[in-house]
Structure formats: C-alpha cells, structure tokens
Design a protein around this ligand. Structure first.
Ligand code: NAX
Length: 324
C-alpha cells in the first residue's frame, strides 16, 4: 500500500479547520487514491476542541484516513509533514495597531517556519491561509533556510474563485467558460483582479463589460467580499476559504492550467524578488510557474504597483520588527 501523505493543519479547531479537515480526509486535497495522515496543531486551550473534531473524523470512517495526531507542539506537528496548511493566525483585535498584529503573527509563523525547517519531509509544501497571509508565508519562509523558498506560498485562490463567480454572474455564463483569470498582489483590499487577460468564450473579459462596472463594481466587490461575508454571516468566510485551500494544494501537486497563487517573486512583472505576491500561474511537475510575457496596460500597472507597494511595506515592517 502507498505510504500516507502527512498533512499538517494549524488552527485545526477553528472554523476553517472544521470545513477543511473532512475534505482532506475524504481525498479531495490530494486525490481519491492517496491515503493521508492528519496532524492537527492548536494552542493548548483549543487542543480539546481539536480532539472533538478528531472524534468526528473517526466517526466518518474515511477509507483514506490512516491516522490523526493532535498536538500543541509545532516540532511534533510538522515532523515528517509533506503538506502544511497554516490556517491558525492572530486576528486583528479592537484597537490593535498593524505593528502589534505583525508582531503577534511573527510569534506564530516564525517558530512554525523553524519547525518546518527542522522536521518536515524533504518535499514539504506550505500554504499560508491565516492573515496577513502573504507576509505570514514570508515570515515562515525566512525561518526555514533549508527548505527551497518556492515551497512557501499564500492563498489568493479564494479571491480568484470570487472573481470567477462575480464575472460569471454578470455575463450569465457558467464559471467553466471563464479562462485566464488572475489575482495580482496581496490577499487584502488592495488586490487586483485582472479582466484584461481573462477570457470568456475566447473573448477578452474586459471587452465584454463596461469600464465603470469593471472599475467601480467588479474590483471592489471581489476585494471586499470577505468583509461582505462577515457582514452577512456574522463570521468570516470558512467553507469557501477551505475550498480554496483544497483547490490550491490539489493544483500544486497535480498540475493545472492558468490560475492564481501567491508565490515568491522572481522579479517578473516588476514585483521585487522574494515578495510572496499573487501572479497568474500554471503548475507543472509539482511546481508553480509564473505565466510570462503578458502585456500590462496603464490601468493594470497602476493597480499591480499599488498592491505590490503594500506587500513591500509589510515586508519592511516585519524587517524593522526583527521578525525576518
Ligand atoms: P478561527 O479563529 O475560527 O480559528 C483560528 C484557530 O487558530 C483557532 O482555533 C486558534 O486557536 C488557532 N490558533 C491560533 N494561534 C495558533 C497557533 N500559534 N498555532 C496553532 N493554532 C493556532 O479563524 P478562521 O475563521 O478559521 O480563520 C483562520 C485564518 O484564516 C484567519 O487569519 C483569517 O483571517 C484567515 N482567512 C484567510 C483567507 C484567505 O483567503 N487567505 C480567507 C478566510 C479567512 O479570513
């Protein structure tokens, strides 16, 4: 029998964790023929809740789930891990300054990066979901000098999927008709969902909608969708975030045509090298590749530059705080 793939999920007792674990155990993360072992990392106060979730996982009798471990020690959680989903993070509390937020998350993602460096399997792949996702991924990466830098990624797939859905609704087409959607930059309100390369039935999407809708409705609706969900549900996106994490890892491992992922920049499109920024990507042989050679017009340039500037500011801030 095949050796199970070890998948570590941090923040396992949280709401994204609850939406994610059952899908991983059922085979949706890696494939319907790939056995998995789950490793749940939580803070001590939430270990009991994670144990409750593990009881429910047991009760599903998933054929592919070969084991579950639960711990509050990152060194144990990441030991031999092949996939790490970094979901647990410190949310911004009332009156919390950005520096405090970055500091708190540095205290989580730095040690987790080091534990990954010291204990994970050679083929470890890391996806940061917890916010600020791009910068948290960078912090973890900088604490893992022995792991190839490109194994650290952050999630913009939810933004990508939101963009597909908004455009499909506007044009009255199935999402499957839309190709080449791209989210650029940071997973934040500055992100840039790009319709100038997206295609619908072979036509450029930006030419099928009017500019005012693109600028004043589409872009802000996608960028602020997270806040709209909180407003409506009274809680942040959970099942859709879990779904996007599944999409990201499945495609990374199994390959895909054009999608969006935040990966370390190689300097493409004027994004400073090393920033973990969202790009149009494909995946081949287990590696993300940035799609090259796209023409970027002035409208897109301005928006890509703005979101990348925010990522640079976050990187400078965590440098100044000594977190990387
Ligand atoms: P919850 O607050 O429900 O769960 C977070 C869990 O993380 C808690 O159980 C907590 O105990 C745990 N945790 C905290 N510190 C930890 C540590 N050091 N080690 C292990 N576990 C730790 O949040 P949830 O709704 O699940 O969201 C999790 C994160 O995802 C948040 O940072 C959130 O902002 C982020 N999101 C990112 C999205 C994206 O597209 N990249 C979208 C959805 C979501 O907003």
């Amino acid at each position: 029998a095949q050796t199970p793939v070890k998948v570590t999920v941090t923040g396992a007792a949280g709401q994204i964790g609850y939406a994610l674990l059952f899908r991983i155990a059922s085979g949706q993360l890696l494939g319907a023929d790939v056995p998995v072992t789950l490793s749940l990392l939580e803070i001590p106060q939430a270990v009991k809740a994670a144990e409750g979730t593990a009881m429910e996982l047991d009760d599903c009798a998933f054929p592919l789930l070969s084991g579950i471990e639960i711990t509050d020690d990152p060194n144990v959680a990441f030991d031999g891990a092949n996939v790490a989903l970094l979901v647990g993070a410190r949310p911004r509390g009332k009156g919390m300054e950005r520096g405090d937020l970055l500091q708190a998350n540095g205290g989580i993602f730095g040690p987790q990066g080091k534990a990954i460096n010291d204990h994970a399997a050679d083929d470890i792949r890391v996806l940061a979901v917890g916010n600020p996702a791009n910068t948290n991924a960078l912090i973890a990466q900088q604490h893992a000098p022995d792991v190839p830098a490109e194994r650290f990624t952050a999630m913009t797939r939810l933004d990508h999927n939101r963009a597909l859905s908004q455009l499909a609704a506007k044009l009255g087409v199935p999402v499957t008709e839309i190709k080449k959607m791209t989210i650029w930059g940071n997973h934040s309100a500055t992100q840039y969902p790009d319709l100038f390369h997206a295609e619908v039935g072979g036509k450029i999407a930006a030419e099928l909608v009017d500019e005012a809708w693109l600028r004043d409705t589409f872009i802000p609706t996608v960028a602020k969708r997270g806040a709209a969900i909180i407003e409506a549900r009274g809680a942040s996106s959970a099942a859709s975030a879990a779904n996007a994490a599944i999409d990201h890892v499945f495609d990374w491992v199994n390959g895909t045509a054009w999608t969006s992922a935040a990966i370390p920049s190689d300097g493409s499109y004027g994004v400073p090298e090393g920033l973990i920024s969202s790009f149009p990507v494909t995946s081949r042989d287990g590696k993300w590749e940035i799609i090259q050679g796209l023409e970027i017009d002035a409208f897109s340039r301005e928006r890509i530059d703005a979101t990348v500037r925010e990522l640079e500011e976050e990187r400078s801030a965590v440098r100044e705080l000594g977190l990387i």
